[in-house]
Design a protein around this ligand. Structure first.
Ligand SMILES: [Ca+2]
Length: 424
């Protein structure tokens, strides 16, 4: 179904990516409540402030768009295509083909800068529902990852929402063989327990293992797949050196605990560390470095506020005491999405920097951006720059192309792939 622009975008963004709203919030009243001292009467829905719509749904335009940037490098942003429908993630193949997933459960291919009119065949049947940014939104096709020996076996992995009997769903990771045009013999390699769906990025580490970041469920419950980073062999079996193998009450796939809603994974190009992007509610978005057996704190600690206003954690102070703290955080939230490390030399002023998408800032629709973060050798932040703000697009993923340029994809009904190049 093509979504019309007039449909209202909801208040959730990051949370709706993952259904991690507590039942208590969802049961909340629909009535507007203006407590004493409030600046204005803000309507609530499901216990959450309804977002204002004044900046939402701005057409992208034709481009290209040119910008000065902080490091003195001017950039040009060109629309590769805006014929996609709620695209979700980008993955380049070694031959330069760009694969893009769409939330409706379609895989698209862009070759030589042109979108193939027909979706790629051979992917799994998927379930999608609702609209991005609204509660209950379910993404059909999600993230892609190439097998470490892709050059030999041509295997592409994908996370997707898998329909089950009786209108139930879960999230699965499967893989198929790329024949140059389509996926062949796509089969599931790992199926999550029901109830742990939501955004599910995947990536292969330098250790050859498949890392799967899950959303939903009880992030602190070691017997649940939800709110974890899982570590798997390429056939979906459990690596015997996983941190909780053989420990009573623990799913052996678990690598880390205490995550809320993961929208991105990336491998640091030199350290090999796995980095993860995680949505807080109203604030408390995080980039984390994922280390075996650690607990990242959700929902016990957070650097953000709940949607109605109070700090998330029980002590009512922003902290990560006793848990792994994020390397980078955002309060207010930007609804942090896909991320990558830029290793190219074309965008010379940015080599080594972290790039991460944002769907919206400060609970205001129409404020998506691409953030550039510079950290020192100890992973301590030095500076941060927000890019592409005036486009007012929900930036859902970012990737480096084989041409050394950066590409982003927008989570919109007029879904676009944008290319960022330097102006020389
Ligand atoms: Ca955390």
């Amino acid at each position: 179904m093509k979504h019309s622009r007039s449909e209202q975008r909801g208040p959730f963004v990051g949370s709706a990516e993952s259904f991690v709203l507590s039942a208590a919030l969802l049961i909340g009243a629909a009535a507007a409540t203006a407590p004493a001292g409030a600046q204005q009467s803000v309507p609530f829905q499901f216990g959450i402030p309804v977002a204002p719509q004044g900046l939402a749904d701005k057409p992208l335009g034709e481009g290209p768009f040119e910008y000065p940037t902080a490091e003195g490098m001017d950039i040009r942003v060109t629309i590769v295509t805006k014929e996609l429908e709620f695209p979700y993630a980008l993955e380049f193949l070694p031959d330069g083909t760009l694969l893009v997933t769409e939330r409706a459960g379609r895989l698209r291919a862009i070759r030589d800068g042109k979108l193939e009119p027909e979706p790629v065949a051979g992917g799994p049947e998927a379930f999608s529902a609702g609209e991005s940014g609204l509660p209950g939104a379910v993404h059909g096709y999600m993230n892609l990852a190439l097998h470490p020996q892709y050059d030999d076996n041509r295997r592409i992995y994908m996370s997707y929402t898998k329909p089950l009997a009786d209108d139930r769903t879960t999230v699965a990771i499967g893989s198929g063989t790329w024949d140059g045009e389509a996926l062949q013999d796509f089969t599931d390699v790992f199926v999550l327990d029901e109830g742990t769906g939501g955004a599910t990025p995947i990536i292969f580490g330098q250790d050859g293992k498949l890392y799967v970041a899950t959303s939903g469920g009880d992030a602190q419950d070691p017997s649940s797949h939800g709110g974890k980073v899982l570590r798997l062999n390429d056939d979906g079996s459990v690596p015997q050196d996983n941190p909780f193998v053989g420990k009573d009450g623990y799913k052996p796939e678990i690598y880390t605990l205490g995550h809320r809603s993961s929208l991105g994974l990336a491998v640091h190009p030199t350290s090999g560390d796995i980095w993860q992007s995680e949505n807080g509610p109203n604030g408390g978005d995080e980039l984390n470095v994922i280390r075996a057996g650690r607990n990242y704190g959700w929902p016990i600690v957070s650097l953000g506020r709940t949607y109605p206003g109070p700090w998330q954690n029980e002590k009512n102070i922003p902290t990560h005491d006793g848990y792994e703290a994020p390397v980078v955080y955002w309060t207010p939230a930007i609804a942090v999405s896909g991320l990558t490390f830029y290793t190219g030399s074309e965008l010379a002023a940015w080599t080594g920097d972290i790039f991460v998408g944002g769907l919206r800032y400060g609970e205001i629709p129409g404020t998506g951006r691409l953030d550039r973060v510079l950290v020192n050798e100890n992973m301590e932040e030095l500076r941060r720059e927000s890019l592409l703000l005036d486009l007012r697009q929900r930036i859902r993923d970012v990737a480096q192309g084989p041409d050394g340029l950066l590409y982003v994809v927008t989570d919109e009904d007029e879904g676009a792939v944008l290319r960022i190049e330097p102006i020389r």
